[in-house]
Design a protein. Sequence first.
Length: 87
Amino acid sequence: MSEPTRADLRTAVLDLLAQRKPTSSICPSDVARRVRPDDWRPLMDPVRAAARDLVESGEVEITQGGEVVDPDTARGPIRIRRPRATD
């Protein structure tokens, strides 16, 4: 089985978000499990890296405890969601 590329993982993040309500978020493990159901744990860091790419392009936000966080400094569990409008 070939390793998924960062582009594959970015696509998987966006595909999963597209299947959820606009206000929903996903866990990086959701993406890893979709890409490689039987051996998903090694994909956790690559999924987080792909999510950082998507933050840089403005396509997603990374949150902890419902608050947007800097993906480069976030430690521990994160969630990935579509950007929310700020008033």
